[in-house]
Ligand binder design. Structure first.
Ligand code: ATP
Ligand code: MG
Length: 570
């Protein structure tokens, strides 16, 4: 392609709206433009990268025996009502109506649609297993769309679904997809890690997220530096403390703590550490019931674990007026002592504590020397907190470390969740009817492109890994002579014939402008042709990543590039 014929509106200045580097560079390199919050136009250069990622995905999924199809984006509400997700999905679901005022949604994911296809078309065990996938635009009305393609409201996803006869077979499909994901992300040149992820109400270990490691990642993972264990903090199990406190119980005491609402304020006032304090969090459940959750002051509550411990779908912190009505105190002074009609859940670490501090259910008041069972009753002791750095690893027992990650892919065992609700069955060899066992598998295509930039850039711009670079070679004539023009044209034709993707900067611009744009756009190799070099019969080839320059006679350039591309080494 020639720059003069390609729409690449690069920007010199940093766009103000972009908070993270990948977003800034995608805008500056002329890859994307924003239409509205979380909605982007993929410009020609950006689209080339997305297509490359999609093709790597296709290649590997096809190899794994999955088949591509394409479902409608628009789905009738009836299907979503069958699984109750029409209600559960809440505001993230984009809804609309047709001219007959029938409800529809724009698919945020396609379990309902594919399960409907399955139940209509698949009858026999002989047709199983089947793995189907599509690469398609998804819609989610995210609360906070941000970071460009990382978290859009309209974005491209590869979603796949497997159907099997039973759990054992389903695990085989799951493993196939897991392995395909491993190959896909390796091929794209990303540094990633598969981590155990939350399985929602299903439980079990059959959910993994593929995380690209990057400081700007929204996810926090814990990992065992000694073992292969890694998990999303949402998911990571925390073992109960090995022993309970042996401290003798002291008499309960009520103390005045004027204005001390936060853990820090209470600790400062009472000269103690967050370790000796217990937070009482009041939550509303879907049945409008209120529960109290006790978490040690230096720990974070994990709402997913809390939900799972009670089999709940919805959990929201109680509003201040509700807290006031329940505890007769403003937020910050809630405690379990004397709390009426509220189920009390305690994290293991709280249960192991003696003589701790809790809110007094009275403004500006706390209790000290509080003890479970003696001073209040607990309804359920469970693992309810987030794992954190230094917690014991479930594998080696050693301290866990933390890292930030970007979730680019997710493989998930669904079991019979959808097939039961939607009556998706097959007949076995004896004519017996069974529910199909399902798995689902997603990859964020745009997010993967953005994550690649987070990992591969410098202050001048992007440094694309070869497999997903929009072009392999950026050809830069830097002096406007006839000789340079002739050499450049013949190189361009030669490389193009060999299937090497070349962007020829044929603009009438200064060398400096061309170099800056080439560094910004980030093709792995820049081939610089100028009069000075040609006078010595050389052309400069710069590797974008290392900055190394080699000088070669024009006749050797093509072979050098072919060898480098074959090695996948810049
Ligand atoms: P997140 O926790 O980041 O919202 P999710 O758990 O909702 O992700 P899935 O439903 O598993 O995501 O979707 C599969 C994949 O689609 C994710 O792994 C991610 O790469 C991508 N994805 C999800 N939401 C978005 C979004 N809003 N913008 C871009 N990509 C997304
Ligand atoms: Mg999400």
């Amino acid at each position: 392609m020639r720059t003069s014929q390609m729409f690449i509106p690069t920007l010199r200045e940093d766009p103000g709206e972009a908070e993270i580097i990948s977003h800034r560079l995608m805008l500056r390199a002329g890859m994307i433009r924003k239409l509205a919050a979380g909605m982007y136009t993929y410009l020609p250069l950006g689209l080339r990268v997305l297509r490359k990622i999609e093709n790597i995905i296709r290649e590997e999924l096809n190899k794994a025996g999955a088949q591509e199809l394409l479902m409608p984006i628009l789905a009738p509400a009836e299907l979503w009502k069958e699984t109750d997700r029409w209600n559960q999905y809440g505001k993230e679901l984009f809804r609309c109506q047709d001219r007959h005022e029938r409800d529809f949604c724009l698919g945020p994911t396609h379990e309902e649609v594919i399960t409907d296809l399955f139940r209509r078309e698949v009858r026999s065990y002989r047709q199983l297993p089947v793995i189907l996938y599509q690469i398609q635009t998804k819609f989610r009305d995210e609360i906070r769309p941000r970071f460009g393609l990382m978290r859009g409201r309209e974005f491209i996803m590869k979603d796949a679904y497997s159907f099997d006869k039973n759990e054992a077979d389903a695990l085989v499909s799951y493993q196939k997809m897991y392995d395909a994901y491993d190959r896909i992300f390796k091929k794209t040149g990303l540094q990633f890690r598969a981590v155990e992820a939350d399985t929602g109400l299903i439980g079990g270990t059959s959910s993994h997220e593929f995380m690209v490691l990057a400081n700007t990642g929204e996810e926090l993972i814990v990992y065992d530096p000694e073992e292969s264990y890694a998990a999303n903090v949402e998911r990571a199990e925390v073992s109960p403390p090995k022993e309970l406190s042996k401290e003798p119980l002291k008499p309960l005491e009520k103390v005045k703590t004027p204005g001390a609402k936060t853990v820090e304020q209470v600790c400062a006032l009472l000269h103690t550490s967050p370790h000796s304090l217990v937070k009482t969090l009041l939550y509303k459940t879907e049945g409008q019931e209120v529960i109290a959750v006790l978490i040690r002051g230096d720990h974070q509550a994990n709402e997913i674990k809390i939900k799972r411990s009670l089999g709940l779908h919805e959990l929201t912190l109680a509003e201040p007026d509700m807290v006031q009505a329940l505890t007769a105190a403003p937020v910050g002074f809630s405690g379990p002592i004397g709390l009426q009609k509220v189920k009390i859940l305690a994290d293991h670490a709280v249960h192991a504590l003696h003589n701790f501090i809790v809110g007094g259910n009275e403004a500006d008041t706390h209790f000290i020397n509080v003890n479970c069972e003696r001073d209040f009753q607990i309804d359920l002791v469970a693992d309810l907190r987030q794992a954190q750095e230094g917690d014991a690893s479930p594998m080696s027992g050693g301290p866990l470390q933390t890292a930030r990650g970007i979730e680019v892919g997710h493989v998930f065992m669904l079991g019979e969740k959808y097939s039961k609700k939607m009556e998706a069955t097959y007949l076995d060899s004896n004519g017996q009817e069974h529910w199909a066992v399902m798995g689902c598998y997603g990859i964020g295509v745009g997010r993967a492109a953005a994550a690649a930039i987070e990992q591969n850039h410098d202050e001048k711009g992007i440094m694309w890994p070869i497999p997903i670079a929009p072009f392999h070679v950026h050809l830069l004539p830097v002096t406007p002579s006839v000789e340079v023009g002739t050499v450049v044209e013949s190189l361009y034709t030669e490389l193009d014939k060999l299937g090497i993707e070349v962007l020829l900067d044929d603009r009438d611009e200064r060398a400096g402008v061309k170099f800056n744009d080439a560094d910004l756009i980030g093709a792995p190799f820049q081939v610089v042709v100028g009069d000075k070099g040609l006078a010595k019969n050389t052309i400069d080839i710069k590797a974008r990543r290392t900055g190394e320059v080699v000088k070669l006679p024009p006749s050797e350039v093509t072979k050098w590039i072919i060898d480098k591309l074959a090695d996948r080494k810049e």
